[in-house]
Design a protein around this ligand. Sequence first.
Ligand SMILES: [Zn+2]
Length: 134
Amino acid sequence: MAYAYCPRCDRSFRYSTDAPEGPSWLKELARAIGRGDQALALCFGCWRLPRVGDEVQVLHPPYDLLDRVQRGSSGQVIEIVATPEGVTCYLVQSPLDAMGESIWTAVFRRHQIKLMNAEEGRTLRLRLPGSEMS
Ligand SMILES: [Zn+2]
């Protein structure tokens, strides 16, 4: 069991790796991987795709909204849109203020946000492919 750091959000999470097939060096690598290091995979919150209605946390605010949207802010996905180039983006709205109005609404790419409440306590299990590498 490794406690490693998500390469996108820096949060520590648990994952385990194993290599049931393949050369001995691959099995040794699977045992040694990621202990306190950067993980080979993203954590659940950075990995799973948000859906409409999901709560997300801002990892990287859009450049043109740096004065209004802070890193770590939370919001809710209200629409999933695609750019003309076909890139999936997420329209996110801030929580409402005392007047019932949202403070900001912004479009984010996937790497700029993290899904909240995404089974953070679970252990991610990775199996290294080895059958073609022996
Ligand atoms: Zn993460």
